[in-house]
Structure formats: C-alpha cells, structure tokens
Design a protein around this ligand. Structure first.
Ligand code: SF4
Length: 843
C-alpha cells in the first residue's frame, strides 16, 4: 500500500483543490485547514493527483444492495465509496462494500469454463471453451425438454435479487417450462416473511429510526449485518447519539449491536417469544394499548366483532403470560419486562425490530407474530417512528414469449415437514433428492449458492451431490471454486457484481422509492460471463427465443417499461447509467396505507365480489376459479389464490385498503387471530411453544447459537483478503460459569457432538453469553475458498497477487453447520439455526 505523505497530500490538494471524501455532512476543513473536504463522488490518485474515473453502481456484497461509486484507474477498479445521492445509504458503505475490489481481483478466481476430468469430487478439471461448455449443456437441457420432462432441470439459487433473480427464474425457467426452482429464503429469514404474511400481508419491514423515540430489538444484529444494513444502522446510531433514543437488545450473546445498545438483556435461546407474550400481556391488562388501532386488528373468528369484544378476546388469550412466568422461562426479570412494555407503549413513537435471533427457532414464526402484535396494539405499525410495511421499487421487465409451456415441477422444494413453506424449504432439497420419492433432477444447476456449506448437515449434502446415480449432471456458475463447485461437472466462470448489468433496489428507510442500476465498472476478467448472459446464450442454442439477447438489453428494456424510470430525462437507462440512482423528491413517505379508503369505482369493476364471511372485496378473475359460480361457492377464504384479487376490507360501513394479503388468503385485517393457522392445526393466536429439544438437557449439553460478524458475508467473502485479514478465527463462546462446570478453560480445544456430527474448536470463555449456551459464528471453516479463505490454492489459482506474500494468518476457523440438522420450523419451514443441542467436552 502507498504511504500518503504530507507532501503527497499537499500535492494532491494543489492538483485538485479539494480532498474528496464520502458521505454527506463532511463538508469542512481538515488537516488544520490546509485541505478542504467536500462531498463524495470524485477521487484522485494520491501520487499524481489525477482524477479517477467514477462509475456509479450498486453493491452486491450483501442483500442490502447499497448504491455506490467505483473508481477506476488504468482499467482497474481501485476504490469504492458510497453514492452520496442515495436516500437509502446517504453515501455510506461498510467494510464488505469496500472490499468489493477483492471480489474482482483475487488470485484463486475461476476465469475459464471447466469440465470435470475425474471422479466427481476428485477436484480434477480441464479447461474447455465456452462453445464446448454451452453446446453440451444446451443439448442436455434441450433433450429433457424435448422428452417432455423439463421439470428434471432444477435451478437452485442463493442471493439472487433484482434482475439477477427475475431473468433466470421467471423468464428463462418460465420459457423453458420447469418450475423445479428453489431459493434460499428458508435458511435466511423465511420464518419472518411467513409471520408477516399471516399478519399484515407481504413481507419486508422498514424500521423508521429517523422518527422513533424508543427501540426494542429481539435478535437483530442491526449494527453488524441486516437485510437493510447500512441504511438502518446509521439511522439507529444517529437516533441514539443525537436524540438519546433508548435501544434495548434481547440476545443470547453480547453482539456488537447489544454492546452499543442502551441495555443488553441476555435471554435464553428460543425464549424471546415468552418475553414478547408477557410484554403484550402487560400492555393489554394495564390498558396501555391504542384502542383505535384495534379497528384494523382481527382477534376473533367473527370479522365484524365490535372493538370491546376484540380487546377482551386478546386480553383473555394473553392473561396467563405474566412477566413472572416469562422470567422463569427466559431469564429476563419480570420487573424489566414490565418496565420495557410500559415504556414502549407510552413512547410517542416506538419501533419493534427483530431478526434471526427471534425467528430461526422451532417457535420462530410465532415469535415474529408476537413482535408484530406488540407494534400493532400500541399503534406503532405503518406509522412515523414505527415498524412499517416496506416501500421498494417495482420494476417492470420483459417476461419472454407470450405463449409459454405449462410449467412442470418436481415436488422437492418445500420439504414435507412444514405447514406453510411459502418460501420453500431449501435446506431439505438435497434430502428430498436422496429420498427420491418425489423424483430427482437430471440436471442440478445452482447459482450464487453453496449448497454444501450454507445448509445444515454438510456431510449429507456432500454425499448427495457426489452421487452420480442421484444426480447425473451438476453445473454451477461461480466466481469462486468453493465446497460445492468442487462437486460440479461443469463450472462456468461468472462475473463479479462489478462487471455486470442489473436493475435493482431495496427498502428505503424513508418510506420512499429509490431505483438503482448496477453497471459494469470494468471489463470482466479472463473469460468470465454474467450468468444471465449465459442463460440468454443457452436459450438461443435451444432455439427458445426470450425476446432479448443479453442482460444489458434486458435491463435497458426494463428501464423503458418501468413507470417513473422510463420518463427520466434522456431515458431511464441513460439517466441511471449516469447517476446510478433515482428517487422522486416529491414522493410523500408512505405511512398509514392501511387506513386509505377504497374508491367506490374500484368496488364496481368487473369480477369484484363481496365475501360476507370475511368482509373482503375481491376480484375472482385473479384467482384460480374457473367461473364466478365456483368463486361464490368456495368463497374468498377457500378459493385458491383468491388473495391475488384482494381489493379491500369492509370495516363498519367503510371499505379500507387494509393490510393487503400476499401468499395466503387472509383478510385485510392485521390478523393476530389466524384462521389459516387454526385450520392447519396450530393455535390461531401467537402462543408459547417451548423448544422440545431444550427441555431435558444434561449438564454437558448446551444449545448452539450461530451468528454473523460485520466483516464477512455468509459464504461469499473469505476469498477477500481485506476481510479475512480482519476475521479468520472463530473460537466458540462459552459462559465462564458453564465452562467451569465442565472443566474447560479459555483457549482449550473442545469437542462438540450433535446428533449428526462432531467438530473440535477452541473455547473462548467469557461473560458475554448466557450460561448453558455455546456460540459459533458462520463464515469460516472453509475447505475451499482459495488461499486467503482456506489456505488452499484453487485449481485455477495464479500467483499474480503481490499481497500473497504478505498474508500472515494460517487459521481459517471452524464451520458449525457440520453439527446442525436440517430441521424446519413446523409453520414456515424456516431453518432452525439456533436450536441444535450439542454435547461439549474437552477434546
Ligand atoms: S451493507 Fe451490504 S450492500 Fe451495503 S455496503 Fe455493506 S456489503 Fe454492500
């Protein structure tokens, strides 16, 4: 790295007149007034003072997808900073975003198509041409389709969002005719999504920290990693620092977020639900609830129940969940439960936030429903300063040919153990393939996903993927030779996100819409090609026209089709190429959308029916009903996909937009009482369910908790030298009392055994975790991630990175997923990351 001397700084200042830095609010003088700071967006070579080329793009290191600016010098991306014009990120990015440079340039990157040249899993490959690779793959795909079995092509994707999700999933697979598609949501936040679909409709919540006065956090690492990390983290910090907003964090361990909170409340694993039920109870019994909010809440079978009846029903349900009862279960004192409940209810604006600490449990869906309850009964839903239904851009895009085949599907994507796997059960896919009773794919294609490593039961994943009898052909597109690529018959070198096109966007913390464009910052290295471009090429080879030939064309057409974007000066595509982001400065923040009245004219449109039983107005033509008679006979609740035709909810003599359903036929009320769950055999109200496996533990059995750190990205970053230099070891956290009772000292090697596997790991004995638990982070313990991440040179590794000589670490951590069984939450299918019981002893 070049040293920035005083002389260089002065030279730079002279050359540019300004030293530019990232972020708003940075205008001012630095270095005792010798250099002027200015807004970000420009950058200079520190030696020559020459301005670098600035290319607006969008981060894809994590799902947040912050707009940013990449700086290019001599055709090489050298630096990344935030996009100062973004209303989401306000010009800031995190360490992972800056290390995007490493996602392009790492010495073990896959740069050419590779074909297996030995037994599957031997790690022997030969370089082949693109033509050879795609001719072979297209012929295999075409044969399946021509034989009438398109469903035997399975597409399994991980962190694919925006156009990188729509083109492969909707357009390519839709045109091909296979619905054998699985995402990764159930190993991420599926339980949260399903709980939100059951209560207020579609998923994704926004936390309005700019306007809040009080925050309760159940299991979110909002300051270290989150689906909307940088936009929310900076606003929470600002609220806490500038306005003294309290933030109380409930977590099994002292996460970075807990450490920065006003108070860390240690809670036993899987018991947050008890605390939430007790808080709701305090608010109801002490009449601290918002009476008007109950207009829009459902707590009874009868959708027309008067307010007092609704309130009484909820009081009755909650009454046994006392703070004293919750204290015994959770370890959180009854006095504090009461205190926080009262403070939350009395705050002018309060925000309940949650994530996997609450949700990735056996009782996670009800945990999230109870969190939703707390927000709603206090009037802190869809309100300034509260938890709001997210606002995000709606891109329109070309969907491929008008006439498509009726899609066929292997029933292997939803598992068999959960009632409402609205977002699949991806951790069970390989198990289902092993079982075989629902069929098996002939071609298993995965993208942006590492099935061996990111699901539980690593060994079973390896066994299934290695078995050529179970799956004759395996193919992936990747930038990294990882644990799963090693089991692919064909590896197609993907572009990094800084070398490709995408339209994108995510939740705006201001309740407004921001459109984003990702564009290539540099030419792809080697022979790398964007996965979506590969699919366009395959479609052509199969004589299956999609209506466009490249991802760039797809993105351009989308810009021409999408309202707001298409009307931007010079055309949306050109505008976004130049500016990177767009938001309408006149767009009002979207609050209280559920209180809007439906226009009379909208109730009189063709196909609209009124359903007496639920009070819902709906358009039967958008459901699966073959005619109006069938729709009427079955009614809104029973007709398949009737939620797609939802128009409004009759409450009293008015029809409100209400809480529009998604994925399930719920009413337009905020449903705290769910007839959908009742019919599936679950309690209709959020109710206490103990984690079965945690009830009778022996002295050396601990519950395993997993967590993320701020400087690594799931399984997609250990090849990034800047990040792995900071985090490359992950000893297991054990409370000092628990450790003493097991004779374990700090630094001891300990053996952890679960019902499916065993690992050895160093113990980190401390006071920052509740007794009886053990915590291991994700990210590490990689067996294939190149030299920076696993110490192993990949099959295509080169020695052209001078920093290889400076690499000083030789530890790569331990992966907890060898221990964690692929078990779902019985409601949503969410993977139970935080429930595994392990037996611990000195190794
Ligand atoms: S939070 Fe995510 S999207 Fe934003 S800069 Fe960091 S890694 Fe990139």
């Amino acid at each position: 790295m070049k040293k920035i001397s005083r002389r260089n700084v002065l030279k730079l200042a002279a050359a540019s007149g300004a030293l530019l830095t990232a972020g708003k609010g940075m205008v001012g003088n630095a270095l005792a007034g010798s250099v002027e700071l200015a807004m970000g967006g420009r950058d200079f070579n520190p030696d020559t003072g020459k301005e670098r080329k600035a290319v607006p793009t969008v981060c894809y290191s994590c799902v947040t997808r912050d707009p940013k600016i990449a700086f290019v010098e001599d055709g090489r991306v050298v630096k990344i900073e935030g996009q100062p014009n973004s209303i989401r990120s306000l010009g800031k990015i995190c360490a992972k975003g800056q290390a995007g440079v490493n996602q392009v340039y790492f010495p073990d990157r896959i740069l050419y198509p590779l074909k297996r040249a030995g037994k599957r899993g031997d790690g022997k490959y030969k370089r082949i041409s693109w033509d050879e690779a795609l001719t072979d793959l297209a012929a295999r795909m075409k044969k399946l389709r021509d034989d009438g079995h398109p469903e035997k092509l399975m597409y399994h994707y991980g962190r694919a969002k925006g156009s990188s999700s729509s083109l492969p999933k909707t357009v390519f697979m839709g045109t091909y005719g296979s619905k054998t598609i699985s995402g990764h949501t159930s190993i991420c936040e599926g339980g949260k999504w399903v709980a939100q679909e059951l209560t207020w409709g579609n998923h994704y919540d926004n936390w309005d920290f700019d306007n809040t006065d009080y925050v309760l956090n159940f299991g979110s690492g909002v300051l270290e990693a989150h689906t909307n990390h940088i936009p929310t983290a900076q606003r929470l910090v600002k609220a806490m620092v500038e306005r003294n907003v309290p933030c109380i964090t409930f977590d099994v361990r002292l996460s970075y977020t807990a450490a920065k909170s006003t108070k860390w409340e240690p809670v036993r694993p899987g018991t947050d639900l008890a605390v939430l039920l007790a808080m709701n109870n305090v608010i109801m019994q002490e009449n601290l609830y918002d009476r008007e909010a109950f207009t829009f809440i459902r707590t009874t079978e009868d959708v027309n129940a008067p307010l007092d009846e609704k309130i009484a029903a909820l009081k009755k349900h909650l009454i046994s969940y006392t703070p004293e009862w919750a204290e015994k279960i959770s370890g959180v004192s009854a006095a504090n439960i009461k205190k926080y409940a009262r403070e939350f209810a009395k705050a002018k604006a309060a925000c309940i936030i949650s994530y996997r600490g609450l949700v990735a449990h056996y009782n996670g869906t009800d945990g999230e429903r109870a969190a939703q309850m707390l927000g709603m009964i206090t009037g802190n839903i869809n309100s300034p300063g509260g938890r709001c239904k997210a606002v995000a851009p709606h891109w329109k895009y070309p969907k491929g040919p008008k006439v498509k085949p009726k899609g066929k599907q292997l029933k292997i994507t939803n598992g068999t153990l959960s009632a409402l796997p609205n977002h699949g059960e991806c951790q069970s896919v390989l198990k289902m393939i092993k079982d075989g009773s629902h069929g098996r794919p002939d071609i298993y294609l995965w993208y942006c996903y590492n099935p061996v490593y990111v699901n539980g039961e690593c060994q079973e994943n390896i066994d299934v993927l290695s078995d050529e009898k179970l799956m004759p052909f395996t193919v992936t597109s990747n930038i990294v030779y990882d644990e799963s690529s090693r089991l692919a018959d064909l590896i197609l070198p993907d572009t990094s996100y800084l070398e490709r096109w995408d339209w994108d966007g995510n939740v705006a913390p201001t309740q407004q819409t921001e459109f984003e464009l990702r564009q290539p910052v540099v030419t792809p290295l080697g022979e790398c090609r964007n996965f979506s471009d590969i699919l366009c090429d395959l479609a052509k080879r199969m004589e299956m026209p999609l209506g466009f030939d490249t991802m760039e064309e797809f993105v351009k057409l989308s810009c021409e089709m999408t309202p707001t974007v298409k009307d931007l000066p010079g055309g949306g595509f050109e505008y976004l190429k130049k500016h990177g982001v767009y938001h309408d400065p006149n767009e009002k923040p979207d609050f209280y959308s559920h209180k809007k009245i439906v226009k009379d004219a909208d109730l009189k449109k063709e196909g609209i029916l009124f359903d007496e039983a639920t009070g819902v107005y709906w358009n039967w033509k958008k459901s699966k009903a073959k005619d109006e008679a069938e729709a009427m006979a079955k009614g809104y609740a029973k007709m398949a996909y009737s939620y797609k035709g939802y128009v409004g909810q009759k409450i009293g003599d008015k029809v409100y937009k209400g809480f529009k359903p998604d994925k399930v036929n719920k009413t337009g009320y905020f449903e705290l009482y769910s007839t959908i769950l009742k019919e599936k055999g679950f309690e209709p109200f959020p109710s206490w369910k103990a984690i079965p496996e945690h009830q009778e533990l022996t002295k050396n059995q601990l519950t395993l908790t997993t967590y993320k750190v701020p400087v690594q990205i799931h399984s997609r970053s250990t090849h990034c030298k800047w990040l792995t230099e900071m985090f490359h070891d992950n000893p297991a956290w054990i409370n000092s009392k628990t450790a003493a009772s097991l004779g374990i000292k700090d630094g001891d090697l300990v053996k952890l055994t679960s019902k499916i596997g065993e690992i050895s790991i160093k113990a980190y004995v401390n006071e920052m975790i509740v007794p009886g638990s053990i915590a291991i982070s994700y990210h590490l313990g990689r067996t294939e991630s190149g030299r920076y991440g696993s110490g192993k040179k990949s099959i295509m590794g080169s020695d052209n990175d001078p920093d290889l000589k400076l690499k000083w670490w030789d530890t790569y951590g331990v992966h907890p997923n060898w221990l964690i069984a692929n078990a779902p939450d019985p409601i949503s299918g969410q993977h139970r990351w935080m429930d595994e019981v392990v037996t611990v002893s000195k190794a």
